[in-house]
Write a protein that binds this ligand. Structure first.
Ligand code: ARG
Length: 399
């Protein structure tokens, strides 16, 4: 008896997940492997990947275009939450995992599989995100992670595959470990493992270097409705196109690069380079629009929850009850967050230079220092008497 009979395997077309097909069948006695590759805008051609799985022994090779769902159901809620892990990383990779997990579970249920497999190693966050998300969506399905157990180096993995009749085109091998989708690029390993080493210019694919960025600023206007971006420069645009176009516009000004030391859930510190041009600018603009449209207490309370929300996403708890509860709060706050934010893009900076909204609760007549001022200055005195009372009482005794 093997570990499972029929398995749905998360498939990327890379060495590890291709070897997983053979390994599951040869070493773990799996009869049928069904692969699933999700198109999240990683830029790979999906048809060759589909064919490769079949050639490598998969019974069935599924390819799912999930770009629209990725943006609408995963990226947009994260933007509404202004989600930045450790205040910097907009979770471009982390957001993809719960969606892939959902596709895997749906396929497993449809094909009557008794297990789901993925190619994650035991050192990263992604294994946690897959395992926890799959368990949340269907606690009965077994999870297999061959690469967490097989203890083979890269070379050994390739040799193992070749012994079993797989062939791997000798690509110009990159020293980096890359993860790419519509929302961004995550780049690690190779020379970047030394936190003191500056990332070489050739690691970047979505953003121009500042040296090559235009010498003239460019303006872009982003319109939100209910906290969701719906138009660029006044033109309504569908979610996937919005991300693609904004990546282009923003990326050519060298905006969206992040170089950080990050705390993984498994306790390891890792040095990560990210390129997430559209996502960063959208969060930046969205947060500004909230400042214009939400009350002080809601704004400030929400800022506190955003940290927790980001950690939940990073730590694989997308389908958790706390996440669902926070979503309830966040969605309630977003009803008023409609309007337009104007940004000036120049040499790596996206500065917000204007914002407007029909729901704006900014009052010019209250804020102005001009003659139109309607604020009751006299009222401030009583307010301050009461506001400062506890401090004066304390001071009397303890001064
Ligand atoms: N550290 C990031 C995360 O946990 C990205 C990891 C992506 N993988 C990569 N090969 N760079 O979300």
């Amino acid at each position: 008896m093997g570990r499972a009979t029929k398995v749905v395997l998360a498939y990327s077309g890379g060495v590890d997940t291709t070897v997983c097909i053979t390994y599951l069948k040869q070493e773990w006695g799996v009869q049928d492997v069904i692969t699933l590759a999700a198109d999240l805008g990683q830029g790979d051609e999906l048809e060759p990947i589909r064919a490769k799985a079949l050639k490598s022994g998969a019974l069935e090779s599924l390819v799912v275009d999930a770009k629209e769902s990725f943006v609408r159901e995963y990226a947009f809620p994260a933007i509404q939450a202004n989600a930045l892990y450790e205040n910097r990383y907009p979770l471009s990779t982390a957001l993809a995992r719960p969606l892939i997990a959902k596709l895997l579970v749906e396929a497993a249920e449809k094909y009557g599989a008794d297990a789901i497999a993925h190619g994650c190693t035991g050192k990263g966050n992604d294994q946690v995100r897959f395992d926890v998300s799959i368990g949340a969506l269907n606690p009965k399905i077994k999870i297999l992670a061959p690469a967490r157990e097989w203890k083979m180096s890269r070379e050994e993995t390739i040799a193992y595959g070749e012994r079993h009749g797989l062939s791997f085109p000798v690509k110009k091998s990159s020293p980096y470990s890359l993860d790419r989708n519509l929302l961004g690029m995550a780049i690690e390993a190779g020379p970047l493992e030394d936190p003191w080493v500056e990332p070489p210019e050739d690691v970047f694919q979505m953003t121009k270097s500042l040296v090559d960025a235009p010498n003239e600023p460019e303006y872009v206007e982003i319109t939100f409705e209910g906290g969701i971006p719906v138009a660029l420069n006044g033109n309504a645009i569908d979610p996937v196109q919005l991300i693609l176009q904004l990546n282009q516009i923003v990326g050519r000004h060298g905006i969206g690069r992040i170089d950080m030391i990050e705390n993984r859930l498994v306790g390891i510190k890792s040095r990560e380079i990210y390129e997430t041009p559209a996502l960063l600018v959208l969060i930046h603009a969205h947060r500004d629009l909230e400042s214009l449209t939400l009350t002080r207490d809601v704004t400030q309370y929400k800022r506190g929850l955003e940290e927790t929300y980001s950690q939940l996403i990073y730590n694989g708890l997308w389908y958790s009850p706390l996440k669902a509860a926070l979503d309830g709060f966040i969605q309630e706050t977003q009803k008023q967050v409609s309007g337009t934010v104007r940004l000036k893009l120049f040499k790596g900076n996206a500065n917000i230079v204007g914002r407007k909204s029909e729901n704006s609760i900014y009052s010019h007549d209250l804020a102005t220092y001009g003659a139109e001022d309607t604020f009751d200055h006299k009222a401030a005195e009583g307010f301050i008497y009461v506001w400062g009372l506890p401090t004066r009482l304390w001071s009397d005794k303890n001064r």
